[in-house]
Each structure stands twice: as structure tokens, then as C-alpha cells.
Ligand binder design. Structure first.
Ligand SMILES: [Zn+2]
Length: 279
């Protein structure tokens, strides 16, 4: 499943292709993904120029011009991919690919959304009210922006019995951190992922916040080098795999202390950690 670095990689890849271009045509190939697609609002984007490609949590935000400044919200779900093809304005468009659910034609760029499992989403909001959009209204802070630090983590973890890793993955607390990067951040901070969040000291919260930022930053840097005019995740999400310290490395030696890496399972979700150097 794409996490924040993968979505940020897609955003950065799509941005130079879309900003400044006018949307010529939208084609919806089905009425819904995870939720119904508002066809009239999506069609109303036609003729507008894309002014920015932003990201909030794991939502891609395609901003368009016009008095109401509409914004297309795109979520990749579990298996979604956004393909950007360079095309000639008057040439015939390719037939829809397998699992292609919508496309946006920008004249000399063709954006296509592919999603076999259809947990993705497409909706339309407006720039002035974006923070109140149902997709975004209850989200916690962005880990890579000011406001997320050790003091914040300390404050939100007081008297919480929930495991540290679960807290990091709670989108109401902090957005964009999934199973892979939560395990990696705990290893970097030398904190056991199943410890009660309320037991974290100020110093440990500071180390964890820094670990979350550093692992996401490193993953984004690795993703940023992996494509050109093709934007894709899920099928080729292995770009950061070499840098993972604990994820899916159970039984291997810890890079830091040489101890054997462990895997535990809670509710079908695996947690990876080192008993030798994580406290
Ligand atoms: Zn270790």
C-alpha cells in the first residue's frame, strides 16, 4: 500500500506535467471507486487550467483556476497508480488499459488512473474550504511540516496505553505513516514498537519525531530518483527496500547491534524490531 513517500513521489512526478496545462476532457469509465465519483463536479473541471499539484496526507490535490478554485482530490487506495503519458494534442488516444477507471486529457499530457482493487478515490472540493472536506477534516499534522516534533508527540501520547507504533499510524495523530515506516522509525529511535505510548520520555519523543522525519525524507529522496515522465507506485514500490533496516528482515542481523531482528504479529499486521537495541 502506498504510504506518504510514495504519494509524495507521485505528486512530485506529476507536478511539472500538469501545472499550467488546461484540462481538455475528463472521461469517467465507471461511476465509483471506493465511493461514488461526483460526475458533474468532475466534468466542471473541463476547460480549467491546473495551477498546483499538492498533497495532504495521502491525498493528491490537483488545484484548478476559476473563481471557485476547484480541487480534484485523488487517493491511490491500496493499488492505485497515476500514469502520465506525453501525447500529441491531435493524435488518437490509447484504448483504456485494464483497470483504468478515469482519465484526464490535458492536450499534450494524458493522466490515467489505474486501480485493480478500487480502494482509490476521486472527489472535487474547493480551495477555500479544503481543510473541511470530509476526506481531510479529521487528519492530524503532516510529519514533514512544522508542528510535528518531540513536544507534540509527548503531548499527544500522555496517558495513552496504545502501542507506540499504533500511535504513529493513527491518522488523527499524524498522517501518512503506515506499517513500513512506523517500524523503521521505531528502530531508528531505538524504541520498542509495542511499548505503551504514555511511557515515552521527552528524549524518546524527540528521537521518534526525528526518526519519522528522517525515514520519510530518505524514502522520498529514494523515490524521487525512480521515474521520469512515468508516475507509478504499488507495482514498483521496492525502490526504498535496500534501505529498510527492519521491515521484512526478521531473522537477519541488526545493522546497529548485530542482534537478531524479530517479527511479531498483531491483528494480521506485522511489526519488526530488534530486542538488542530497542528499549
Ligand atoms: Zn539492534
Amino acid at each position: 500500500m502506498p504510504e506518504l513517500p510514495e504519494v509524495e513521489t507521485v505528486r512530485a512526478g506529476a507536478e511539472p506535467h500538469l501545472v499550467g496545462r488546461r484540462l481538455r476532457e475528463v472521461t469517467l469509465l465507471r461511476p465509483d471507486l471506493r465511493w461514488p465519483i461526483p460526475a458533474a463536479a468532475v466534468q466542471d473541471l473541463t476547460g480549467r487550467r491546473c495551477t498546483a499539484v499538492r498533497r495532504r496526507s495521502k491525498y493528491l490535490l490537483l488545484h484548478f483556476d476559476g473563481p471557485s478554485e476547484p480541487v480534484a482530490l485523488v487517493h491511490l487506495g491500496m493499488t492505485g497508480r497515476l500514469l502520465v503519458d506525453v501525447v500529441k494534442p491531435r493524435e488518437e488516444r490509447p484504448e483504456p488499459r485494464l483497470h483504468e477507471h478515469w482519465r484526464m486529457d490535458f492536450g499534450d499530457r494524458l493522466v490515467r488512473f489505474l486501480d485493480p482493487r478500487r480502494f482509490g478515490a476521486l472527489d472535487v472540493g474547493f480551495a477555500a474550504h479544503l481543510a473541511q472536506h470530509p476526506f481531510l477534516a479529521k487528519l492530524g499534522p503532516e510529519p514533514l511540516e512544522p508542528g510535528f516534533d518531540g513536544a507534540f508527540l509527548h503531548r499527544v501520547s500522555r496517558r495513552r496505553k496504545v502501542a507506540v507504533k499504533t500511535l504513529l499510524m493513527d491518522a488523527h495523530v499524524l498522517v501518512g505513516v503506515g506499517n513500513i515506516y512506523a517500524s523503521e522509525a521505531c528502530w531508528r529511535a531505538q524504541v520498542r514498537p509495542r511499548r505503551a505510548a504514555g511511557s515515552l520520555s521527552h528524549a524518546e519523543c524527540a528521537a521518534l519525531a526525528e526518526a519519522v522525519r528522517s525515514v520519510l525524507t530518505a524514502a522520498i529522496a529514494a523515490g524521487g530518483t525512480s521515474f521520469r515522465d512515468y508516475v507509478g507506485v504499488a507495482e514498483d514500490a521496492g525502490f526504498f527496500a535496500r534501505e529498510l533496516a527492519v521491515y521484512e528482515r526478521q531473522g537477519e542481523a541488526c545493522r546497529r547491534c548485530g542482534g537478531v531482528l524479530r517479527r511479531t504479529t498483531d491483528g494480521g499486521r506485522s511489526t519488526y524490531w530488534c530486542a538488542g537495541c530497542q528499549r
